[in-house]
Write a protein that binds this ligand. Structure first.
Ligand SMILES: Nc1ncnc2c1ncn2[C@@H]1O[C@H](COP(=O)(O)OP(=O)(O)OP(=O)(O)O)[C@@H](O)[C@H]1O
Ligand SMILES: [Mg+2]
Length: 203
């Protein structure tokens, strides 16, 4: 197995938490190609904390401002180059977490979706269960299909919303990988337990 891309319908939907659960379950390497925003815990630091057996690789770009990578790079005076965004070599499965959602620009001529299509790993779409998620998730799936990005399935994040979840899975014709509930506390143990109980990777 080569690995997975973890994308989502939006920023802040739970991609890092899902990616940590996945990386821990697979004893994978985790890679965040571009981290925008360095104040507080970065995504890589969160994965180190939540997935103690994962191998966290260094980001290709560490950008100071918490905004779209193309703008964060401009602010820092950094040129985003395709060569730095090749998948890193690892002998473990690789879990790659994109920034924000599918059409987030790394440069104005390089969207997350362009990278995902290039990398070719199956992508998990992390979707909220809250109101608005049907539209956001179906749009994301449609754009992925239009670009030939392989879809592993949708993983939900949040409180159960069976009506929205079943609408997405049926209308989107996509595997349902399960749902991570809101964890309180959220730590390596509660995440590993919830991931094992709720996420069905065999789908
Ligand atoms: N299942 C969960 N239980 C409890 N808290 C969660 C859960 N999933 C996500 N969170 C919290 O919600 C916030 C956003 O989650 P997360 O950082 O995983 O989102 P993201 O999609 O990776 O965001 P970004 O686009 O910034 O990378 C974090 O504070 C995280 O700890
Ligand atoms: Mg994240």
């Amino acid at each position: 197995m080569k690995g997975f891309i973890v994308t989502g319908t939006d920023t802040d939907v739970g991609k890092t938490v899902f990616a940590a659960g996945l990386a821990q379950a697979l004893r994978a390497s985790y890679w965040k190609p571009a981290q925008s925003g360095l104040e507080g815990e970065t995504d890589s630091q969160a994965v180190s904390r939540l997935a103690p057996d994962a191998d966290v690789l260094p980001e290709a770009y560490r950008l100071a401002t918490p905004c779209s990578p193309h703008e964060a790079a401009r602010i820092d005076g950094v040129e985003v180059e395709d060569g730095a965004l090749e998948l890193p070599a690892t002998d473990r499965p690789l879990v790659v977490e994109g920034a924000g959602g599918l059409l987030v620009p790394y440069r104005k001529d390089l969207l997350a979706a362009d990278l995902f299509a290039r990398w070719g790993l199956p992508a998990v779409v992390v979707a909220r269960t809250r109101l608005g998620t049907i539209n956001h998730t179906l749009l994301t799936l449609e754009a992925m299909r239009a670009r030939g990005i392989p879809i592993a399935g949708v993983a939900f994040s949040g409180d159960a919303e069976p009506v929205a979840e079943s609408a997405i899975v049926e209308i989107g014709n996509v595997p349902n990988l399960g749902r991570l509930p809101v964890l309180d506390p959220l730590n390596a143990q509660t995440l590993a337990d919830a991931f094992a109980q709720s996420i069905r990777l065999d789908r």
